[in-house]
Design a protein around this ligand. Structure first.
Ligand code: NAP
Length: 338
């Protein structure tokens, strides 16, 4: 019988997750039963939402179970199949990351086209980060010609794609990220119009005002928020009237145990008639086919850079996850499993 390694949640973390909140466990994997498929994961991705699922606070998605492998997006190859819809060698997407080899009911797997895109792209710009960026800009922020777009955590998985979508659609883009290496990436690889190193700025509001002026704009029309806190406050301060804010995430708040102190300027929502809307990409799966078609076209035209930080082996998966909160990673954070 085959053996596989998986990472289980052993204890619900308080604040920043610690190594002994998790355990690597070796488990036997029998031949798949009828209706099941056996998959070897090739890649898994980690994302900040997993931090929410490690706690048992009520959310839009259930918490991870204790003493069970965690879940997350993964792309794998079929090894053996007990279901007529799948054959060895098929490339499949699942939400069964954090493990190497597994058996699952066929209904938990989706086929992916090996030839259309590089394998990892199905976890990156043609996967959930792509859908999150696309839905946030197109449906939630209702991007209009001439909009100036501000993106926070702009070098991250979702942010780097949001910058590229806005840029490819002809918008002026200001991105914010932590550190000189990341802002160079924003300028040189993502081709944004202006980049802010928020860690080097005493006032994010002043920095955003400076960059808005530098690109010849009067303010921002769309804010794609990944961070919340100071970034949201600066975006409110620099918003034009009738700006639209797509609230995708608020990572600056996820490990905080005290009540948030910023933004302090929410009255601007009213005075500037700003529309601010939070959303969850899973509610917008109807956009997936259009998003994949758009991304495949941009990829073929060389207009979609695949931004990723790769960790090798399941034993590095927790390092990969921690890197999301320390700012160590650029683009989608992925673990190569085979
Ligand atoms: N609504 C949805 O359906 C949905 C779906 C996916 C993701 N999200 C959200 O989208 C956001 C980005 O997710 P992702 O998967 O693309 O992760 P990511 O951007 O690849 O990684 C997180 C990045 O956030 C930045 N960051 C961490 N702590 C920060 C802080 N205190 N202040 C400012 N920036 C900080 C770091 O970059 P720096 O080095 O630049 O600080 C880090 O690289 C998260 O808030 C996530 O929860 C929402």
């Amino acid at each position: 019988m085959m053996e596989s390694r998986e990472i289980q949640l052993k204890r619900r973390p308080v604040g920043t997750p610690a190594a002994d909140d998790f355990a690597m466990v070796e488990v036997p994997v029998p031949a798949p039963a009828a209706g099941e498929v056996q998959v070897r994961n090739l890649w898994m991705a980690v994302d900040p939402a997993m931090r929410g699922r490690m706690s048992d606070a009520k959310s839009y998605i259930p918490p991870f179970e204790l003493d069970a492998p965690m879940e997350g997006p993964a792309i794998g190859e079929v090894l053996a199949s007990g279901d007529p819809g799948f054959a060895p060698g098929d490339l499949v997407f699942s939400r069964l990351g954090w493990r190497e080899v597994f058996n699952a009911p066929a209904s938990m797997l989706q086929q992916r086209d090996r030839k259309a895109l590089p394998t990892q792209a199905w976890l990156c710009f043609a996967g959930m980060p792509g859908l999150t960026a696309y839905a946030g800009l197109i449906r939630i922020a209702t991007l209009k010609p001439g909009d100036v777009v501000f993106v926070s955590a702009a070098s991250g998985a979702v942010g780097s794609i949001a910058c590229q979508i806005a840029r490819n659609l002809g918008h002026k883009v200001i991105g914010s990220a932590g550190g000189a290496e990341k802002t160079a990436f924003l300028r040189d690889v993502l081709n944004v119009d202006a980049a802010i190193d928020y860690k080097a700025e005493p006032s994010l509001t002043k920095a955003l005002a400076r960059e808005v002026k530098a690109i010849g704009a009067s303010g921002i029309d769309v804010y794609f928020d990944n961070v919340g806190g100071d970034h949201l406050q600066a975006a409110l301060a620099l918003a034009n009237n009738f700006a639209r804010f797509a609230i995708c995430g608020m990572i600056s708040q996820y490990n905080v145990t005290d009540a948030p102190t910023v933004p302090r300027n929410l009255t601007m929502l009213m005075t500037k008639r700003i529309r601010m809307e939070g959303y969850i990409a899973l509610d917008h799966m109807d956009l997936e086919a259009a998003m994949v078609a758009q991304m495949t076209g941009w990829n073929a035209a060389g207009e979609m850079a695949s931004a990723e930080t790769v960790y090798d082996g399941i034993e590095r998966a927790l390092d990969a996850f921690h890197g999301l909160f320390t700012g160590a990673n650029i683009g989608r954070t992925m673990v190569r499993l085979a």
